[in-house]
Design a binder for this molecule. Sequence first.
Ligand code: NBP
Length: 476
Amino acid sequence: MDNQKADIGFIGLAVMGQNLVQNIASKGFSVAVYNRTAAITREYIETVDSENISPAYSLSDLCNSIKSPKRIMLMVKAGEAVDEVIDQLLPNLHKGDALLDMGNSNYKDTQRRTHQLTEKGILYSGVGVSGGEEGALNGPSIMFGGSKELFTEVEALIKSISAMDFQGAATLTYVGPDGAGHYAKMVHNGIEYAMMQAISEAYFLLRDVFHKDPSEIAAVFANLNEGPLNSYLIQITADVLNKRDDLTEGFLIDKILDVAEQKGTGSWVSISALENGTALNILTEAVFARSLSADKQTRIKLAELSTKNELEKNSRDKNLPDDKQLHKLVEDSLLVSFYLAFIQGFHLLAKAEAENNWQINLSELTRIWQGGCIIRAELLKDLKRYTETKAVLIENEELFKMINGKIPSLRELALMATSHALPLPVMQNSLLYFDSMINPNLPTNLIQGLRDYFGAHTYKRTDREGIFHTNWDDQN
Ligand code: NBP
């Protein structure tokens, strides 16, 4: 009997899946769950105390235990696993059934799968879910992509499990068809990379130029969190820096190896920017910073050969700002870096939206990123207002003036870092992006001349219309 069947099916009981299922069940929806490794399902069922969660030990059991038309969420490892699960599920699905991929799939895979399943009459949705394991349990930010019809139908359920924005509304939105939801999640993750890198750069400066210990730096971040930088990432930075080591004396942060890992979405966003010709240097440098950190042994060897220590000695104590001035330098520099990371991310989104005809509402993204997700931040309140004008964000005069007013701090901080041989890829690239965008005469005229010289690629002139080519050998 259908009324004894579960409201939805759920596949994938790793950390995200387990928490999301608990969240769904706690809102009164019944969920039948399946995991490839049955022991994990068994263990999960034993530990969760909810009559809304029932186990299935095969995909056909799972499909038989949920209401029709079937709505099945997938939360398995992004990539081949999703295709494998879809292939195994297909014999059990009928026209009108729906699959919702809640993992971090590449938007191109989601577009392909949407096409493949739509041909079979199966509804497919790529849903971006942000918030990590805590968000999955207590309320993530949800970027729904795919069939609008399916969105309308499952909206009540998904709304009930999401977090809340600053006004108390659910952090859920319909982003657009096929890959739009996963594209938005990918950009979210790119911005997350840039924010985390900028934060680590501020820590770097406070540690290596100002020689503050972790608890002093934690105090700086706790203080910053009281102002316009108020955000989840700034808040947890203070917690991470303050944590004492369980195994030895001192702070845990001093024992953590400086090699950062990545799972893919950061590089996908850069690949997308390279493909559609959008400048995304701030977000991309955050990815490269992680790649570069992996060259630990080379860094150790070259440190011994370099003159970095002399440079540091010579720069030490040279007119360093006092704590109050330092607070302003760091606050302004982080704010500029954060805002420009969002500006670049939104520029990329706007380009992708136009190319794919997605009709993404950028203002809605600034709303649903206010709660539940890793990049939730006070500045999204202002960004929401700026995106409502629909102008290219950096052209918004109010926003531009605000950033412009903080650029002197970033310039001073970048100069200070350079004189200490301290690399700040995101902060320095924020300055580089800003300086490029305010310059009406970049040196790219020379590039055009060189291209025309060796490849007859032609060029345009500043003083008349048309396409020109010059015989450069002809020295007159
Ligand atoms: P993982 O990304 O580590 O995936 C593990 C799950 O995938 C397990 O349930 C595993 O089953 C299943 N699986 C694999 Br691996 N290969 C499979 C296959 N061929 N067939 C069926 N199932 C397969 O788990 P996670 O960290 O919970 O993340 C789940 C998704 O959520 C990912 O797409 C991730 O990118 C995304 N996400 C994660 C976070 C986060 O903070 N972790 C945040 C937001 C989104 P098994 O138990 O049998 O091995």
